[in-house]
Design a binder for this molecule. Structure first.
Ligand code: ADP
Ligand code: MN
Ligand code: MN
Ligand code: MN
Length: 361
């Protein structure tokens, strides 16, 4: 895809080695989230296949190099919490999602999974389901969206959303590769579509129950970066990658509890919306950075300053799908979270608000 000068690796040469016998060993890619919501990873050789994350050794890394610890006390520990088959190195190699912990036994400041998991555990009986719609933009290494004329602009928005055909659609090869990679990994990816801005796409993950949502979304984000790396293309999760009359990127968060999914569920959805209306600011605070650039009330968003909801309304904070209103039960869509938001923080505060928080530790 990219000009050959921007791709510094040689995949043909690598292919000679990927099929070599590993002598029963397993390459485990431990991945974690750093201080700036970037993903980091390093590999450990294992000598037998783990039956679950509890079977995997703890590991550590230099937190002073990731903004997660001071230089004079730099060890941060990695605790394995979820395992996915690795589509890049292929089975039996694995990707291991980890939580970050301090040496004194407290969760690291950027370990948002720990609190999220406590909230999910406390509300397990409600069976909370989520579906996240991850929007993102593909960038050339020259800092401009992939396929856009250098320093210039493509034609105005209109033909690109769910597009087919040369000139309308950008980077489909990377998107297809990522989709397959997610399916191989067992990530609950539920679909993809080209978005409104040229070179902007979306993938959906879900429905996932409880803490699984964050684990699957972070694994899918990791694979997106990793796949795009093979093509010499960069992934941007910025909520407003190009200022002006161009759509931003969100992380629409679809939510339901068991009661909402059953006959008469609408009154439980309404009760949730009532609770959400009282905590708009608290939610916005953990719904991603630079979100004020995106939530302007234009480009299919609601304004960042007010909480609104409506049936089939894409200009509101929360949309109740038409089908759900029609049937009287189902789920709702929180359209506020930005593309760079942390799914653990977003799903955590959501359940805390509508179901209740976790008991103190
Ligand atoms: P949109 O119409 O907003 O573009 P999408 O089809 O992109 O919606 O995404 C909808 C998401 O909602 C999917 O990830 C899907 O798995 C999820 N979803 C469907 N039903 C439920 C439910 N009952 N609870 C939570 N999420 C759900
Ligand atoms: Mn969507
Ligand atoms: Mn979308
Ligand atoms: Mn949506």
């Amino acid at each position: 895809m990219a000009e050959s000068s921007t791709v510094i690796s040689n995949t043909n040469a690598l292919n000679k080695f990927t099929s070599l016998d590993q002598k029963g060993c397993i390459m485990a890619e431990y991945i974690w989230i750093d201080a700036l919501s970037n993903i980091r990873g390093k590999t450990k050789t294992l000598f037998k296949e783990p039956s679950g994350p509890e079977d995997l050794p703890e590991w550590n890394f230099d937190g002073s190099s990731t903004g997660q610890a001071p230089g004079d006390n730099s060890d941060v520990y990695l605790r394995p919490v979820a395992i996915f088959p690795d589509p890049i190195r292929k089975s039996p190699n694995i990707i291991v999602v980890c939580e970050t912990w301090n040496p004194d036994g407290t969760p690291n400041k950027y370990n948002y999974r720990h609190e999220c998991n406590r909230i999910m555990e406390a509300n397990k009986d409600q069976k909370p389901w989520f579906g996240l719609e991850q929007e993102y933009t593909l960038f050339d290494t020259n800092g401009w969206p992939y396929g856009w004329p250098k320093g210039g602009f493509p034609g105005p928005q209109g033909p690109y959303y769910c597009a087919v055909g040369t000139g309308n659609v950008y980077c489909r090869d990377i998107v297809e590769a990522h989709y397959k990679a997610c399916l191989y990994a067992g990530i609950k990816i539920s679909g993809i579509n080209a978005e409104v801005l040229p070179s902007q796409w979306e993938f959906q993950v879900g429905p996932c129950e409880g803490i699984e949502m964050g684990d699957h979304l972070w694994a899918a984000r990791y694979l997106l970066h990793r796949v795009a790396e093979e093509f010499g293309v960069k992934i941007s999760f910025h909520p407003k990658p190009i200022p002006g009359d161009w759509n931003g990127s969100g992380l629409h968060t679809n939510v339901s509890t068991q009661l909402m999914r059953e006959e008469g569920g609408m009154k439980h959805i309404e009760a949730a919306l009532e609770k959400l209306s009282k905590r708009h600011k608290e939610h916005i605070a953990v719904y991603g950075s630079d979100n004020e650039l995106r939530l302007t009330g234009k480009h299919e968003t609601g304004s960042i300053d007010s909480f609104t909801y409506g049936v089939a309304n894409r200009g509101a904070s929360i949309r109740i799908p038409r089908e759900c209103a029609h049937k009287g039960y189902g789920y709702f869509e929180d359209r506020r979270p930005s593309s760079n938001g942390d799914p653990y923080q977003i799903t955590g505060i959501m359940i805390e608000t509508i179901c209740g928080g976790a008991p103190s530790e």
